[in-house]
Ligand binder design. Structure first.
Ligand code: BDR
Ligand code: CA
Length: 310
């Protein structure tokens, strides 16, 4: 199986990404590192443990990482995810422990200990933990097999400002470090995640599993989609973060282009914009496979089939 570290700020869609990974034999989750993002760190690390317990995997190591972006005050998204970050169903506090080690130290130690080129990073929140690890231990950068992240937008532009997507906007300096690192990068921007919409039928399929996982995922997606439906009149909510894990399981679900992507860190107006050279109008190095399309039917079929295994 593909060895991964999930770096996350749960978030209902983060929760589904974690469940999909834990349900899939193609993937070995070495650890889950929490970062401040959708809600503050004390909630994201707790939420990560709630999700592991729900999956019946209290053995998964969960680490708390950075509680604020590299150079800015934290911006959160309770308006989308609710006060807890995982609003929707009733949830008990987790009983599995949080690891003592800092998430950044775990990332560094793991990349040094595992064979070079054998560990993939899957960041689905702001990139603070990953950038801090790269800054503190540049020797780990060439050891990363690939980074498959959710973040950015191009034709779909922004969801937190007119120009920027949330994960990149929250810590643009960190995003710049990661995009400039020279690691093979697969990017799931809003352009693709907005095609992975929950619908009534898709949520009903989760509920029809008749399991605790199915009920929880249905309750989470019910809550999560309210925001997009009320605000944008869309037919459901984009399940952003699970696109990363689905790509690792079956890349044939997706298509995109290898292009140059730069992160705006200077302008107030367009801070955190992913400036994507989709049309190849520059000769800047192609640093990211920027995904543009998804087979949403097959994606949701995969999700339902895998979640039913938990
Ligand atoms: C991203 O921001 C968060 O709110 C979601 O969990 C996702 O990772 C989408 O812009
Ligand atoms: Ca997220």
């Amino acid at each position: 199986p593909r060895k991964i570290i999930i770096d996350t700020d749960p978030g209902q869609d983060d929760a589904v990404a974690i469940l999909l990974a834990l349900a899939s034999p193609e993937i070995a989750v070495l650890g889950i590192t929490a970062v401040a993002g959708n809600v503050p760190l004390a909630l994201t690390e707790k939420n990560a443990r709630i999700v592991c317990e729900l999956a019946g995997r209290p053995d998964i190591k969960v680490f708390a990482g950075c509680d604020a972006p590299l150079a800015r005050a934290l911006v959160t998204a309770e308006h989308v995810h609710g006060k807890t970050g995982l609003d929707g169903p009733q949830m008990a506090d987790p009983t599995m422990p949080l690891q003592d080690q800092h998430a950044v130290d775990f990332i560094i130690e793991t990349l040094r200990a595992e064979p070079a080129g054998s560990v993939t990073l899957v960041p689905v929140g702001p990139l603070t933990n990953i950038a801090t690890a790269f800054q503190r231990a540049p020797d780990i950068i060439p050891r990363v097999q690939e980074i498959v992240l959710m973040g950015g937008a191009y034709f779909e532009v922004g969801n937190i400002t007119p120009a920027a997507e949330f994960n990149i906007y929250v810590d643009p300096e960190a995003a710049k470090i990661v995009f400039d690192a020279g690691v093979p990068l697969v990017v799931m921007p809003l352009d693709v995640t907005h095609k992975a919409l929950t619908t009534k039928a898709r949520i009903a399929a989760f509920r029809a599993m008749g399991s605790k996982v199915g009920d929880m995922v249905a309750a989470w997606t019910d809550f999560f989609e309210r925001f997009d439906m009320e605000k944008y009149g869309s037919e459901g909510a984009p399940l952003h973060d699970p696109c990363t894990v689905a790509y690792l399981i079956d890349p044939s679900l997706f298509s995109g282009r290898l292009i140059n992507v730069e992160i705006e860190t200077g302008s107030d107006l367009t801070l955190g914009m992913t400036v994507a050279d989709w049309w190849g109008v520059t000769d800047r190095p192609k640093n990211a496979l920027f995904i543009g399309d998804i087979d949403a039917e097959r994606f949701y079929a995969l999700l339902a089939e895998r979640l039913a295994r938990l």
